[in-house]
Design a protein around this ligand. Structure first.
Ligand SMILES: [Fe+2]
Ligand SMILES: [Fe+2]
Length: 167
């Protein structure tokens, strides 16, 4: 079943994002700047195409199930995640990281985690979509991966929504 294929792919993407975010908390706590930067880079590379196909295909397809309000919440989570990514990049550029910086980074990264698990749960609703819709979502995913824009490139060049400052 195509929905099962989708769920597995989707779960693996969330695992990669989850693991990189958790590692990033560790890297901030160790004040390991090269690791912080490479993890931020990795996270931007994973989340760019992922957020993109979610917003261009998956989330719109789920409006008929959830109604528009919950989909707006998911988009709001993305707005904040992008704002958070920008702030984390600023922190990573600092000459030295204070205790307050580490606490801020930890709080910011944790603020993204619930979206990772909430988003993964959408798979259970994807099972109720017609096969052609799931096919379209997977196609959009391929296109996003091929375009290969990272999170901020996509947010700045393509995405229409404003990004918001995070918690
Ligand atoms: Fe997701
Ligand atoms: Fe998402």
């Amino acid at each position: 079943m195509l929905a099962d294929q989708f769920s597995q792919t989707f779960r693996n993407e969330h695992r990669q994002i989850r693991d990189a975010l958790l590692e990033l908390i560790g890297a901030f706590q160790e004040r390991d700047k090269p690791r912080i930067k490479s993890l931020l880079d990795r996270i931007a590379t994973y989340t760019g195409p992922h957020f993109r196909y979610e917003e261009e295909a998956l989330y719109p397809a789920l409006v008929e199930i959830f109604g528009p309000e919950y989909i707006e919440e998911l988009l709001g989570d993305h707005d904040r995640a992008i704002g958070t990514a920008k702030r984390l990049l600023q922190l990573a550029e600092k000459e030295s990281l204070s205790d307050e910086d580490i606490a801020e980074a930890t709080k910011l990264i944790r603020s993204i985690l619930p979206h990772v698990s909430d988003c993964d749960g959408l798979s259970i609703m994807v099972e109720r979509l017609p096969e052609e819709k799931v096919e379209q979502i997977l196609q959009r995913r391929d296109q996003s991966l091929r375009a290969g824009l990272n999170l901020l490139q996509w947010a700045e060049q393509i995405r229409k929504r404003p990004t918001t400052a995070s918690a």
